[in-house]
Design a protein around this ligand. Structure first.
Ligand SMILES: O=C(O)CCC(=O)C(=O)O
Ligand SMILES: [Fe+2]
Length: 270
């Protein structure tokens, strides 16, 4: 069962971490945040990135472009539209610019809305990271959606390590915008521990790997809302969550973006 949002406080984050002193109503809702010695939070926008109607339109455009999907699970029905750094590594510049031109032509409106939404909730300049793949889409068919529990390992969004950021890194975030979900919904699960804490625990010999880390704490499950941006600031340990039920033919389609903050601007990529 999905976690209730009862203990939520509404605040507006100023940088990679939310600060509780700011405006309560606009911007973002903190769903969970770190304890001292960690620096992460998970948040949801109080306004959607895309309306439900727009989600339906974008999802149908994604399905119209099935020919451009790349299959990601051998024999399964998980696909990407766009190129993800976590799957493809740094990638080739010419290929990246060709794929980005295609994404702008077909989904430029989604990219523009995502950028505007983030700029508004973070009160910060937002742009796209140069020479990196633009935010793209995960498409999971019913055969690849976990239900009723997830069998996935947790992970940290460490793909920024593949990008050339010099010394300018001043914050990290990830955004997921659900565009189509099974009728029973979709979720994400987040453990109350981030990459820095994992590194400390590993250094102290208390855990050896991510799978042992996952056993140390119970994850919290957050239900997604169609069109609403779910934001991870910092590097919380997380995994794609299950749907309580999945019927054959249902899909879980999300827009996925990652951000690095450099010289006061959030730069988005996938
Ligand atoms: O689809 C989701 O719920 C999250 C995906 C994710 O964690 C990722 O792409 O890094
Ligand atoms: Fe992730």
């Amino acid at each position: 069962m999905a976690e209730k949002r009862s203990e939520v406080t509404s605040i507006r984050p100023s940088a990679s971490r939310a600060s509780s002193s700011d405006d309560a109503l606009m911007g973002l809702t903190v769903l969970s945040r770190s304890t001292p010695r960690q620096d992460w939070s998970v948040l949801e926008g109080s306004a959607p990135v895309l309306s439900e109607r727009k989600c339906r339109k974008v999802a149908s455009r994604i399905f119209d472009n099935r020919g451009a999907w790349a299959s990601k699970a051998s024999g399964g029905d998980m696909f990407t539209l766009g190129r993800a750094t976590y799957l493809e590594g740094k990638g080739d510049s010419r290929r990246t610019s060709r794929d980005n031109a295609w994404l702008i032509e077909h989904f430029g409106d989604v990219l523009t809305s995502t950028r505007a939404w983030l700029a508004s909730v973070m009160e910060c300049k937002v742009d796209f990271l140069a020479d990196a793949p633009l935010p793209g889409f995960h498409i999971f068919g019913s055969g690849s959606i976990f239900s009723p529990v997830s069998g996935l390992d947790g992970h940290f969004d460490l793909q920024f390590l593949h990008r050339d950021l010099g010394n300018e890194l001043d914050g990290l975030l990830s955004i997921t915008v659900p565009l189509q979900m099974p009728s029973a919904g979709a979720s994400i699960e987040v453990w109350p521990v981030d990459y820095a804490a994992f590194t400390r625990l590993r250094g102290a010999g208390l855990v050896r790997n991510a799978s042992e880390l996952a056993d140390m704490y119970p994850p919290r499950r957050f239900s997604y809302r169609l069109g609403y941006g779910f934001l991870q600031c910092g590097l919380p340990f997380h995994r794609i969550g299950p749907s309580t039920r999945v019927a054959k033919g249902e899909f879980r389609v999300t827009m996925q973006a990652h951000g690095v903050k450099s010289r006061g601007t959030w730069l988005l990529y996938w």
